[in-house]
Design a binder for this molecule. Structure first.
Ligand SMILES: *[C@@H]1O[C@H](CO)[C@@H](O)[C@H](O)[C@H]1NC(C)=O
Ligand SMILES: *[C@@H]1O[C@H](CO)[C@@H](O)[C@H](O)[C@H]1NC(C)=O
Ligand SMILES: *[C@@H]1O[C@H](CO)[C@@H](O)[C@H](O)[C@H]1NC(C)=O
Ligand SMILES: *[C@@H]1O[C@H](CO)[C@@H](O)[C@H](O)[C@H]1NC(C)=O
Ligand SMILES: *[C@@H]1O[C@H](CO)[C@@H](O)[C@H](O)[C@H]1NC(C)=O
Ligand SMILES: *[C@@H]1O[C@H](CO)[C@@H](O)[C@H](O)[C@H]1NC(C)=O
Ligand SMILES: *[C@@H]1O[C@H](CO)[C@@H](O)[C@H](O)[C@H]1NC(C)=O
Length: 296
């Protein structure tokens, strides 16, 4: 029995759990919400319409906020903390691999002198979908429609078309990353099973098969991680570039990026372990040779 196989079994199980978590993070309300690929912050959406002196008074957003401020003058506590909530949309939208979640920042959306730590309070997550693509224009417009505040649309809120075009350009990479995560997880599962089997069957053949499957698993999960990292960085940069002037911002999911690369690192170490095991096996212990003959 080859008890050193315990090391690749532990590494394989670790990589399996972490890559599963990367795929399923945020797929349920309250489950690893921090591990979004990218988070869109719309808490100040529409603010620049009100700031801008050139906004025509026919813009429904202007008339909406005139009504709102007229109504709340008595309510001292409502300091227009969340423009988004008043409009009927949410403070943030976090895109995960399989779905998106939305909710409000608590206790407030913008840090000030007394409030420095802001939490995300998730109110809803979409259903899990293979090949999920987050379309913020569609989602925000649907919520604006549902709010029933006149005929406010995203164009009146100065939502930039360039954000939609830029996100569409990332869709093919997202599809590829999803497929590669699935392949990677499957391969890591197989290699972990093989490692368990190799406790009982030693020999060079078993180590060589494990090297091959682990190398494929490593390639799949490494490319998936690289693609998702690029998607997170590009989407955040793009949204900040075009969105910041109109009160929209985004952050890339640093925790997600760390998680997926740690999973990749474990698979890589696993590959090194199998290469080492194969090299030692090649030296040829007599015991191994004898067992091979006995098996025949
Ligand atoms: C709108 O004006 C307020 C106060 O004048 C300022 O703090 C805020 O950054 C402005 N927002 C935008 C999006 O221009
Ligand atoms: C603002 O109030 C006026 C009068 O109450 C109403 O006619 C108008 O539709 C309101 N505008 C919005 C955007 O709610
Ligand atoms: C959300 O975006 C606004 C405007 O860009 C910013 O002032 C605020 O700090 C952001 N809030 C969080 C929690 O990131
Ligand atoms: C910070 O924001 C909170 C909530 O909106 C408010 O109660 C508090 O007075 C603010 N503090 C300062 C120093 O503005
Ligand atoms: C989060 O939102 C729910 C309603 O959706 C509310 O009942 C709860 O108090 C909120 N939590 C915090 C910490 O604000
Ligand atoms: C989400 O799934 C539930 C049941 O699983 C279904 O009833 C609901 O219609 C789905 N929602 C969407 C938006 O597809
Ligand atoms: C919102 O409403 C408009 C018309 O009022 C409609 O054309 C549009 O398709 C709706 N959008 C969504 C996402 O439901």
């Amino acid at each position: 029995m080859r008890f050193s196989a315990i090391i690749p079994i532990v590494l394989g199980l670790g990589a399996l759990v972490l890559s599963f978590l990367a795929l399923f993070a945020g797929s349920r309300k309250g489950f690893m919400e921090d591990y979004a690929v990218v988070t869109l912050n719309t808490s100040r959406i529409g603010q620049n319409v009100i700031n801008s002196t050139q906004s025509s008074s026919s813009n429904p957003v202007i008339s909406f906020f005139h009504n709102l401020t007229a109504n709340i003058e008595n309510e001292i506590n409502n300091d227009l903390n969340s423009f988004a909530k008043d409009l009927g949309v949410h403070d943030f939208y976090s895109a995960h691999i399989l779905d998106f979640c939305e909710g409000y920042y608590t206790p407030t959306s913008v840090p000030n002198a007394t409030i420095k730590s802001i939490h995300q309070n998730v109110t809803f997550c979409s259903n899990r979908t293979a090949f999920f693509q987050f379309d913020p224009r569609y989602t925000l417009q649907r919520e604006l429609n549902a709010s029933g505040h006149g005929n406010i649309n995203l164009t009146a809120l100065h939502w930039p078309d360039s954000i939609d075009k830029g996100l569409q350009a990332l869709h093919e990479a997202q599809k590829a990353a999803f497929i590669l995560y699935c392949i990677g997880i499957g391969m890591i599962g197989i290699v972990t099973l093989l490692a368990i089997v190799s406790i009982f069957f030693e020999g060079r053949l078993s180590a060589s098969v494990n090297i091959l499957v682990t190398a494929l698993a490593f390639m799949a999960i490494a490319i998936a991680s690289a693609l998702t990292t690029v998607i997170a960085v590009k989407a955040a940069n793009l949204i900040n570039k075009y969105g910041n002037p109109v009160g929209i911002s985004a952050t890339k999911g640093s925790k997600f990026i760390i998680l997926t690369w740690v999973a990749t690192g474990l698979v890589f170490i696993n590959l090194l372990v199998w290469c080492f095991a194969c090299a030692i096996g090649r030296g040829g212990s007599h015991r191994t040779r004898k067992n091979e003959y006995v098996e025949h």
